[in-house]
Design a protein around this ligand. Structure first.
Ligand SMILES: [Zn+2]
Length: 182
């Protein structure tokens, strides 16, 4: 009875993730590596990891514009805050603008860890500001419309690319090949 609980005598470590596998087992139970497959199948598994790593790097690169915009907003609200505080003597507005500056700084810092969450949050804040502005002054909708379209486009692209990167990272996690160099 107790014998069924004993550890199998001879397991061999998976060549990809080092998890113990049974000799003759077709695929590693932990990562899916074709342990008993042909050299060609093994190479295909390794190539798939390499390709996914390249895709992660590329899709993460595509979030760069959106991340930059978040920092530009932080800088912009910082300047506005200084202007209202020290030139216009409007301290309440300065406090609000410096707070918004801080908010974008935090989102910018967070965007390197979680691009999807940070860019999405920044996008919603930006849209909220735009909607409030249009409610206060409907003619403001068309002010700087080209810049607004550029910003919205960059945010949407950033969110989409961050989602794609996340998908590849999840697949790499399943293959026990998550990048440690970030
Ligand atoms: Zn494995």
């Amino acid at each position: 009875m107790t014998e069924s609980f004993s550890v199998p005598a001879a397991t061999i470590p998976c060549e990809n993730c080092s998890a113990p596998t049974q000799p003759g087992q077709a695929f590693c139970g932990a990562c899916g590596y074709p342990q008993s497959g042909t050299e060609d199948q093994k190479n295909r598994f390794r190539d798939s990891i390499r390709i996914k790593k390249v895709l992660v790097a590329e899709t993460q690169k595509e979030t760069r514009t959106a991340k930059t915009i978040i920092f530009v907003f932080a800088g912009l609200y910082f300047c506005l805050g200084l202007f209202h505080g020290f030139v216009a003597d409007d301290f309440p507005t300065m406090i609000v603008e410096l707070f918004i500056c801080l908010l974008f700084l935090v989102l910018g810092a967070w965007s390197s860890k979680n691009p999807f969450g940070a860019i999405l949050t920044a996008f919603f804040i930006y849209l909220t500001f735009q909607i409030v502005e249009v409610f206060i002054d409907p003619t403001s909708l068309f002010k700087g419309i080209i810049v607004k379209i550029f910003i919205i486009g960059a945010f949407v692209k950033g969110i989409r690319s961050a989602m794609e990167a996340q998908k590849y990272i999840k697949e790499l996690e399943k293959m026990k090949a998550v990048r440690t160099d970030e």
